[in-house]
Design a protein around this ligand. Sequence first.
Ligand code: DGY
Length: 451
Amino acid sequence: MTLTPETQATLLQQARAVLDLNWTGGFTKPALRQYPHQWSWDSAFIALGYARYDQARAEQELRSLFAAQWADGRVPHIVFHDADPAAPYFPGPGFWQIERSPDAPAGRHTSGIVQPPIHATAVLHIVRCAPDRQRTLDFVAEIFPRLAAWHHFLYLRRDPRRENLVYICHPWESGQDNSPLWDAILTRMTLQPQQIPPYRRADTRAVHPDERPLDFDYDRYVYLADFFRQRDYDQARIFTDGCPFLVQDVLFNTLLCQAEQDMAALARLIGTDPDPFTARAAATAAAIEAKLWDEARGMYVNFDLVAGATTPVPALAGFAPLFAGIPDAIRARRLVAYLASPSFGLAPHEPALYPAASYDRLAPGYSPRRYWRGPVWIQMNWLIMHGLARCGFGDHAARLAAAIIALPAIGGFREYFDPETGAGCGAEDFSWTAALLINLLLDDALAHADE
Ligand code: DGY
């Protein structure tokens, strides 16, 4: 579907209205009722939208997130701001109790885990879109040490065997909470009722339970969060004390690799040595190539450190290395052939009807409306689209961009979409859907001038 200029202008206006609705003056809520605080990778994607038309807000979005950074460099996956009684959230600050850790930021309420590191990439994007370069360089100088500390935390604390691949320890850290990627691990976790702290879900009040994770998954999310809390968020203890979930995740490591490439570009801008960042990006790319490529399936897969084996699950995240320019030409062609098959539906000769599903539509367990078990996510498709363009598949990228832009016109500014019908699912008025639509609609030569 190609949209007329008038429809595009209307969509742009609507997208800005969504961000205005969710903007608090200091940061942007992902969605007013479902996610009423600040989320780490949401803020980065949201900044990619603001970068196109409001530099001050783009900077403030990331500044406010990094203001809650921990002393050890970790950037928490949620920063809790003033609670809205009409929008309860679980698990809140009373559950996390981050004050148990000597590294927690004083007087701030956050979670104790992290989310994918796409922040340096967002900062470089802000620079490239900036109308006021001098002001932006001041912002880069301010945030650069915080970004460096964040990446240092990941390589120091999450890569104990020095493989240049970092691990995640909770499905929430992947951003893809109930993806089939985690099924084998979560099923392996046999828990007694007394091991699960009592809790009440808040996530099925505003969104239909059919579109959210099952209680089975939630019990394990809560168990893991409690496991970290009991160890005062000490990374070494969590790793050595039998944490049942330790995964070298494809998407997380790909975004870290790209973020390191982008740190090198930022370092050059402010006259700092880019070489350590370039070297670490190359080392992580090489480790992804060596350890996470699945030759039989023609895609990248996660490595489960507890089982000591890969988990060959066909999720869209398995194509993410295109985004960081990691695969060679042969592997890239295999990835694109799989993406173009009915499994993901980015067919070569016609405009893609809808963007790619988050999980192979022909695989067992595919569920078109249940959160990460099938629905289309705009931010994943935005990453894949850039990856296709970067790796020489410009036609595929252009078709996918058109399909992404058309989706909110069909399904609204929703959190995710049914890949069979385009119908919107999950939270309404979702910030990164709006922000990435703006990012695409206002993509122009200026933004790429110094790429
Ligand atoms: C949620 O609240 O469902 C988030 O995905 C966890 O961060």
